[in-house]
Design a protein around this ligand. Sequence first.
Ligand code: FAD
Length: 492
Amino acid sequence: MTMTTSSPLSPDTGGFTPDLIAVGAGTAGLPLALAAAQEGARVLLIEKTDRLGGTLFLSTGMFSAGGTRRQRERGIDDSPDEHFADILRISRGTVNQELVRRYVDLAPAFVDWLQDQGFAFEEQCPVIIYGHEPYRKPRTYWGVEEGRSLLALFLRLLDPYFQRGQVRVQFNTRVEQLILEGERVVGVVAGGKEYRAPAVVLTTGGYASSPELFARLHGGRRLVSIGNLASTGDGILLAEQVGAQVVGNQYFLPTFGGIEDPDRPGRVYTEAPDRWEITARLVPQVRPPWELWVNQRGERFIREDEASVDNRERVLLQQPDMRFWIVFDERILREAPPLVLKWPAPRLRELAREGRLVKLAPTLEELAAKMEVPAEPLLATVAAYNAALQAGAPDPLGRQHRPLPIAEAPFYALRQQGSVLRTWAGLRVDRDLAVLRPDGSRIEGLYAVGEVLGAAQFSGDSFCGGMSVGPALVFGRELGRQLARHVAAARA
Ligand SMILES: Cc1cc2nc3c(=O)[nH]c(=O)nc-3n(C[C@H](O)[C@H](O)[C@H](O)COP(=O)(O)OP(=O)(O)OC[C@H]3O[C@@H](n4cnc5c(N)ncnc54)[C@H](O)[C@@H]3O)c2cc1C
């Protein structure tokens, strides 16, 4: 990928001269296009796949906001200040405070606007979510069909602009290069053609499906991903070519769990396309643990009912290969609520007999061999857990929820892998989402919004619930509006 200063290619606009180009028609690109169109701008969306929506097909689509009408209707007293304080607490002050402050201030009006548009909120929202370190107030929202509810709303609202040709989409077209004239970005090259506009916005998503970029940005770390296959970090690579600064790569935490697909190393196992539906339930506030967790050395590494997901993620980061095994016996399988919702006991036994995803053995020694874990420490770990439980003594790691020993053959093990669903590093931008060089100067004509900014800007060294989808939507809409107004002012 090289940048051009004067391109040999002829412009291809098909008679359409866009006021702005968005590279990527996903979570950020769609609200951006809508808001710009509502302000009268002509928008060209260039999308490398054959569909609109990006990660919205896969994402749970949760977003957070404090001080919304929906909260007031439910008697929840909240504010942007409290949301901001909570994000600083959870992230230990490591977020980009300027962007987060702007987000928390804009987010309530955005959620009210969604409500006005008839967005299909999941009835119970807003709630406190425990899959990430919980906020102090219920301020997380999502749609009945998760990310797809957001997609449905934006497609409905965009439809009139598609119909009248004010928003156009170039599908199956991958932007390969930015066009620079002097110091300014004036367009893009895609599929061997040039497209020009006064503003180019990178809405290309993250790099959760690029093992190469992930390794480059995170010290050679191996990637096991549940991300959208189109999330290959293109926006970062394109912007680097014109001198942009990448920030946030000093941070990384795994998502706690995920089954690595034995047939697709590096990918998390799923049974349906565009879904992450095969997950072990490891959140003690949702399903208190019945099983034991051991690492590849056959040792427990944390009390399984540790309430803080942040602690669980940090401890997992220290385990060999960021892996652990969930170990249980026949009685637990019979009596406990399903570990994997989609795998009730008969299905789990069937999978265990197949032996690909779940290991099964008549003794713990044989189970250890199948797990490729040394038998002696595994046996000692289970024996210590059982002995404390049977003696009514405290658990060696302080676990409180101990319904049953691990004692009744056969024995089972399901391997879990610290995985990646959204990525941490991204482009440095200013308050107006203009892309910056390392010296803090703007690359004129180039903007970025969504995961291409890196999740760390909004979550820092942590996971703050809803702080990837929320900023992609809210800043997408805000930037679309701003750029359309600039273009209109320049034209006047
Ligand atoms: C399973 C899962 C669950 C998640 N749940 C949540 C959640 O509940 N809450 C939350 O906050 N976050 C969540 N996330 C993360 C969040 O969904 C994403 O960060 C967010 O959707 C990314 O939005 P985006 O617009 O930046 O990128 P995307 O929505 O991925 O859109 C990027 C688009 O750009 C296109 N593109 C890329 N490169 C090019 C190119 N060179 N040329 C043309 N087009 C290009 C892609 O094809 C894609 O359509 C989840 C992620 C996953 C995978």
